[in-house]
Write a new protein. Sequence first.
Length: 392
Amino acid sequence: MRNFLLPFVLFACLTARPQVAAVQQLLDAVNADSLVWWAQRLTGQVAVDVGSGAQTIVSRNSFQPGNALAEAWLQQEFSRMGYAPTVQAFSGNGANVLAEKPGLVHPERKVIICAHYDAMPGGTTAPGADDDGSGVCAVLEAARVMAGQEFENTVVFALWDKEEQGMLGSAYYASAAAGNDEQITAVVNMDAIGYDGNGDGLMRIHARAVGSSIAIKDSALVVNTTYGLDLPIAINDPGETYSDHASFWDEGYGAILVIEDFDDDPNPHYHSPTDELQYMDTTYWEGLTRLAIGTLAVLAVPAGPLDIHEMKAQPVFELWPNPAHGSVELRLDGAGAERTDLLLLDATGRVVQEWPMPVASQRIALDGIAPGTYLVRATGVQNAVQRLVVMP
């Protein structure tokens, strides 16, 4: 329904070393101990106190008291990190828990990282550690590490309710956003990211040709290689529609699903009272969390504070137009007398093409380059610089 944002909005952040450094600092701050700390409370291993004494979240099923207790505790955690959380009520007792970090340059543009906090089965015991406590804790970790970093675009940390009843919470949010013509640049949804039964490390990204979804998926692949995460990733395209990202596809917004290998290595404790923290692979879980947070940070575009003197000493590397059609103009100032080569890398890090750059400005032909997202890297200069370019 809505695809009014230009794809280059998503790919502006890997343009200067300070922004790359900001994303790296966020990834370095992600901590598996934090994920486990939150999961212990969300799954009922450790009691929480939201103002009425110690209570245990035994079940987060939408029709159990633990669901409302979890809602209150999640609000409390966002508040503790310095945010002003809001609750979006819908469908009787449905309640999405939201926190926003306003963008400094484009506050109207939103990037969303999300998961659902309700759980199955329908009885009185539903710990939901993997589905989807793993995603919820990753959203909380994103909020924690990003609290001290400003971004150009607005970041939304969203925890949906009633996903298990048909993605009701995310559908309500997406429909309302579309009705108000909100600019949602990207959605990164996490649903079950902590189980790796066969130990192969494989994860999946679900995407399909809706809005900017393919470009978001490509950004995740670039993050995986650029920041040395090196996760084995399988792509489902067209992706499945069984989680909250599909609510945004229904409204024409770009979105991806980050998920464990649910296709070939499903969690045997899925939707059962034994979906517990003890069956989670914390190293694997931390890796998928880093990928989601890195992708979100790239799309949100870190905005400083920056060291002005360091920036003046950096080579200036400009590329236009972006998205590119057939060719691009490149300008590289401040590289000194070193020999400079240009590399065009695809989303997997493979060098697709290479050119020498003997002058400060030149036009590069991209005829025959397949559509996708690529990294243009200038090598041979001190602190190699790079730009992302989209080939529609």
